[in-house]
Ligand binder design. Structure first.
Ligand code: AGP
Length: 614
């Protein structure tokens, strides 16, 4: 996610845009930039770092002008640095753009534009887009609005853009597909932003563009809405906003954690966007393609991570061994780095980290590299220390995860690892075409199935109220859902401060069943796929000892419903994809219990979002 801000009106644009960027920094904060038009020329400043760094950088330019656009970046293409920051000029220097989103087919467009003599300063998809708009403007001899409309019909991906042309200094053109874009409508002035937080102090009247809509915002005129596909007229729906600033930054949710739980359908889709081409039977991952032999000839894969990322690694162990038949070991990074492990140059090490800054994981990577292993990173923060230290990698495109309790990072990590395992299984020839196609097709349904799982939120809130005063909880799962049981327990522990343990369901009889009585809530993942009958037996063992059973079941399940005190349904899917769904109710459950216990959900006591110390 990135943050975009724009202003066109009678006030000085600089302070409005800068303050607006500060309000959007939660959306992305690895670099920032601003472009202002002073009546004669465009003055642009941009820098790696935060908006505060941009304010310093902007001292080098004229800050005059009543038109301006600004951007705070969450890098997806191109590491965070000055030149990759937005805004981006077109080659002529007459157009300038800011963009939140991903242009999937930017390489092909870049090649064509290069043939036509265009040059590029940055590694970004956004710079390609602004030069495509310029090329259309020239070859079709059209004004900016029409050029944007034509150009956007040639791109594949997601965008919220604002484009300015110094030849037409009384307007800004905006367009939206997949990324949010709001237009604030003031008296003789307009605001543009990713959400209303930059302009809520100036006006409550806003238009939220729908997907595939664009708008030509011209001073002194009504905004003109168009359908990108065919340039037909669209009609603005002006909303009068009632939300306050804090609510807007959280997207109307009470906490960042809840917002991020609900972002998972979009985050999973963004993570496989451009990589999963199910109808072509292709998984495109350059980091794997360029290192395929290393993976196929590896003695084993070692996965190192911490916390939730370690749980994603455990899921990956099941996936890689089950699907790709590659031996996998999962290690706590903090243990691995000190236990003098045997590592050879025939090992592949996968490091998983949302922040890309976890000290123990970084140290484990360095140890493995010293011993000659090939290291692959799965990170969420582009350009982070771990992303730079690894030999290759694949980013999750979850967007910034602000809540300390990791949620969308977990499901997007599993998405990346599943894509990797499927790609390797196909390359190894251990997968039939039909089974491969079945997985690719099913993976594409996951975002909508996550949406469906989220619909149980009200039921989960009711269940949370029943168990919010528990002092201990057990989480049980088998197979692919054993790591989900561990993850569910971690979520509850870290935000509600209730002691919780995750266990393989079959392990109960080796001791923990002694804990079961009427005061012990037991959360059991009992989906149809994966040792179902054995989990039902475990449930019966708990029931016979008066344990309280809350079961996560496949929708339509009647057998467990007759045994458990509560059931929460998730849609059916392939066994190896169930963790992407069964984790959702456990995230919501821990969230609601923590809220009911008046805990600080987004910043739990004693914790930090990124553990950069040992
Ligand atoms: C999970 O909810 C915690 N925030 C924590 O366990 C986290 O997963 C762990 O510190 C690893 O962080 P990383 O993914 O940024 O490396």
């Amino acid at each position: 996610m990135c943050g975009i801000v724009g202003y066109i009106g009678y006030r000085e644009a600089f302070p409005i845009v800068i303050k607006g960027l500060q309000r959007l920094e939660y959306r992305g904060y690895d670099s920032a930039g601003i472009a202002l038009f002073d009546g004669n020329q465009i003055n642009l400043a941009k820098t790696k770092g935060k908006v505060e760094d941009l304010k310093n950088k902007a001292k080098e330019i004229s800050q005059k002008g009543t038109i301006g656009i600004g951007h705070t970046r969450w890098a997806t293409h191109g590491v965070p640095n000055d030149v990759n920051s937005h805004p981006h000029y077109s080659n002529s220097g007459e157009l300038v753009i800011i963009h939140n989103g991903i242009i999937e087919n930017y390489e092909a467009i870049k090649q064509e534009l290069t043939k036509r003599g265009y040059t590029f300063q940055s590694d970004t998809d956004t710079e390609v887009l602004i030069n495509l708009i310029e090329e259309v403007q020239k070859t079709e001899n059209v004004k900016l609005g029409k050029a944007v409309q034509i150009a956007l019909n040639q791109v594949v991906g997601a965008y919220a853009i604002a484009v300015f042309d110094k030849k037409k200094p009384d307007e800004i053109v905006v367009a939206k597909l997949g990324s949010p874009l709001a237009i604030g409508i003031g008296e003789g002035e307009f605001f543009i932003a990713s959400d209303a937080s930059p302009f809520i102090e100036f006006t409550n009247n806003a238009v939220y563009l729908e997907d595939e809509e664009m708008a030509i915002i011209r001073l002194g005129k009504e905004i003109k809405l168009r359908k990108i596909k065919d340039d037909s007229v669209a009609y603005p729906r002006i909303l009068e906003l009632q939300m306050n600033l804090e609510e807007i930054e959280k997207g109307g949710y009470d906490h960042f954690m809840l917002k991020e739980i609900y972002e998972q359908p979009r985050a999973i889709k963004d993570t496989y966007r451009g990589r999963l081409l199910a109808n072509q039977g292709i998984i495109r991952m350059a980091g794997i393609d360029l290192n395929m032999e290393k993976f196929l000839n590896a003695n084993r894969i070692i996965i190192v991570a911490c916390g939730t990322s370690w749980h994603a690694g455990l899921v990956a162990e099941y996936i890689f061994e089950d699907l790709a038949r590659i031996p996998v070991e999962v290690e706590y990074a903090s243990e691995f780095r000190y236990r003098n492990p045997v590592i050879t140059d025939k090992d592949v090490l996968i490091a998983i980290s949302q922040s890309g800054e976890t000290a123990d994981t970084l140290a484990a990577i360095k140890l493995a590299k010293e011993k000659g292993a090939f290291v692959f990173g799965v990170c969420n923060v582009v350009g982070s220390s771990i992303a730079r230290e690894t030999d290759a990698g694949a980013y999750t495109h979850a967007g910034p995860e602000i809540g300390v309790a990791s949620t969308k990072a977990f499901t997007t990590q599993i998405t990346v690892l599943t894509l990797m395992a499927l790609k390797l299984a196909k390359a190894k020839g251990v997968f039939s075409e039909s089974r491969y196609h079945e997985y690719l097709t099913e993976l594409e349904t996951i975002p909508s199935k996550v949406e469906k799982a989220l619909e149980s939120n009200t039921l989960i809130e009711i269940i949370a109220d029943v168990y919010k005063d528990s002092t201990n909880c057990l989480y049980l799962g088998r197979g692919y859902n054993f790591p989900v049981a561990l993850e569910g327990a971690l979520k509850l522990k870290e935000i509600s401060y209730i002691h919780a343990e995750g266990y393989p369901a079959a392990e109960m009889k080796h001791g923990p069943i002694a804990l079961i009585d009427e005061h012990m809530p037991v959360f059991v993942i009992a989906t149809k796929k994966g040792h179902y009958e054995k989990v039902v037996s475990n449930i019966q063992e708990i029931k016979s000892r008066k344990g309280k059973i809350i079961a996560i079941v496949t929708e339509g399940d009647e057998q467990v419903r007759d045994l458990a005190d509560h059931v929460i349904e998730v849609p059916e899917t392939l066994e190896s994809l169930t963790p992407l769904l069964t984790t959702i109710p456990l995230q919501l459950l821990s969230y609601h219990i923590a809220v009911m216990r008046n805990c600080n959900v987004d910043q739990p006591r004693n914790l930090a979002k990124s553990v950069t110390v040992e």
